[in-house]
Design a binder for this molecule. Structure first.
Ligand SMILES: Cc1cc2nc3c(=O)[nH]c(=O)nc-3n(C[C@H](O)[C@H](O)[C@H](O)COP(=O)(O)OP(=O)(O)OC[C@H]3O[C@@H](n4cnc5c(N)ncnc54)[C@H](O)[C@@H]3O)c2cc1C
Length: 446
């Protein structure tokens, strides 16, 4: 049993840190949470501009973990809506329904190309011998070169900023689940009403945006336990134990158990005494992807009914555009709507460094050319930077991450969680599950 006289210290107030705090509170374990930003939610926040609301990226609550869904229902009540909203892929001026299915592929490709692509898929499957070693091999072996080229490879390269043959198979996450040869053939036989399972358009969504879920969690905590605008600046250790943390407010605090959701590389760089140089070098070499959001606030009631639109071709710098009011009408004032584009990039890319007005103009030109709105309909436009959006899962990344985890493993009272803390492509429900398991582990004194 953890010594509950001492609080657990939690670093980071994103979904993973909050999940740990939530389960600590459920088990009457005291905690103190430190968040560098002036608000909770991390990369899962809802921002506002004039009377418009939009999320820090097109978020949805996947109904994958019953306890997470029930917690969200209990916190938000009627404000948590179960919605059904279509998504489409936009390519060469044409729309294709997403998730991809044989019927919408047939419509997009025409019979001749559809048969050729289907044959490639079957042939690849029959010829497949070795386990795919990178994302390109995985995508081509599952769908054939034609479909992979059209819809998966360029999209994935834009998202992660690396050639597809240099990316780990894990970047597929669970997105490719259900769209394999077996389900492809089953759909052909069963018809369109039997949808593939990998990403249908039904999900939970809070009326006032994804961030309202984490704000509702925060309201359940004693404000004295949540230290906002207080960044961790150092972590002191001795004899394989973490002893204390230093904060940007000049405080030095003793700790008994430390839970960190900070980006893995940053955590290692905060340790005092510093880890050996080879560990620090590895810590600096793991990479995270940024996203620039470009938002257009529009004087028109609707662009189209899609929840998300995906842009697989390299002619568009963005991977996805979403219309917040299609998730909840509360996201835009009556008679108006907005479009938010996501541009994945690194800190030294032009999209990250250039003046916002250039980015806005360049993205506006593309969206106007695609027919989504007219320049005269733009009330206002903004950019919003997001750091640490994704850990970059390049091929062989585990060879870098494993020694880092091994080094941190020596600290018996340090526990990691979160997307960037664990360097894993995880989602809200995963963080809730981790928080639950972590608190149970601490209670069991492990
Ligand atoms: C574009 C996009 C779309 C997404 N869509 C979905 C979706 O549809 N469904 C879903 O489930 N998930 C989605 N996700 C994933 C989800 O947003 C992340 O999994 C989640 O935000 C990770 O939570 P976290 O707490 O691990 O990290 P973060 O959200 O990054 O939080 C970490 C926190 O640590 C704080 N911090 C950093 N340094 C310090 C320091 N020195 N001291 C104190 N605090 C510090 C940061 O300010 C931040 O608040 C999406 C992510 C992106 C980027």
């Amino acid at each position: 049993m953890a010594d509950v006289r001492h609080p657990i210290h939690i670093l980071g107030g994103g979904p993973a840190g909050l999940a740990t705090a939530w389960y600590a509170q459920q088990h009457q374990v005291p905690f103190e949470l430190f968040e560098a930003a002036p608000r909770v939610g991390g990369n899962c926040t809802t921002l506002n501009h004039q009377q418009f609301l939009f999320d820090s990226g097109a978020h949805r609550l996947h109904d994958k973990d019953l306890e997470t869904t029930q917690m969200a229902q209990a916190l938000l009540g009627d404000e948590l809506e179960h919605i059904q909203v279509p998504s489409q892929i936009f390519r060469e001026g044409k729309y294709i329904d997403f998730p991809l299915s044989p019927f919408n592929l047939l419509r997009y490709l025409g019979l001749g190309q559809f048969v050729a692509a289907g044959w490639q898929m079957v042939r690849n499957k029959l010829a497949q011998s070795a386990t795919p070693e990178n994302f390109q091999e995985l995508a081509v072996s599952a769908y054939g070169k034609r479909i992979a080229d059209l819809f998966l490879l360029h999209y994935t390269e834009k998202l992660w900023g690396k050639p597809a043959d240099e990316l780990s198979v894990e970047v597929a996450g669970k997105r490719l689940k259900g769209l394999n040869l077996k389900t492809f053939l089953l759909e052909v036989l069963r018809g369109t009403r039997q949808k593939t399972e990998h990403l249908d358009g039904a999900f939970y969504y809070p009326k006032y945006g994804i961030g309202s879920l984490f704000e509702a969690m925060q309201k359940q905590f004693d404000p004295a336990q949540v230290h906002l605008s207080e960044a961790i600046t150092g972590i002191e250790h001795r004899d394989q134990r973490i002893l204390g943390i230093a904060t940007s407010q000049g405080r030095a605090i003793d700790v008994a158990q430390l839970v960190s959701s900070l980006p893995l590389g940053l955590l290692l760089q905060l340790l005092r005494p510093a880890p050996p140089e080879e560990v620090l070098q590895l810590a600096r070499s793991i990479r995270f992807r940024n996203i620039v959001l470009v938002g257009f606030f529009l004087d028109k009631p609707s662009v189209n009914p899609n929840g998300s639109m995906y842009f697989p071709s390299s002619e568009f710098p963005f991977t996805r555009v979403y219309e917040p009011r299609n998730r909840s009408t509360a996201m835009a004032p009556e008679g108006k709507t907005s479009l938010i584009a996501e541009i994945p990039c690194q800190s030294d890319d032009l999209w990250w460094t250039q003046d916002a007005s250039h980015t806005i103009q360049s993205i506006q030109n593309r969206l106007v050319a695609a027919g989504f709105f007219q320049p005269s309909e733009v009330i206002d436009a903004i950019t919003h930077p997001i750091t640490h959006a994704y850990p970059v899962l390049e091929k062989g990344y585990a060879r870098k991450v494993q020694p880092l985890m091994q080094y941190l493993d020596q600290f018996e009272n340090l526990h990691l969680t979160g997307r960037n803390g664990l360097f894993a492509y995880t989602h809200i429900h995963d963080h809730m599950q981790n928080g639950r398991q972590l608190v149970q582990k601490l209670l069991a004194g492990k």
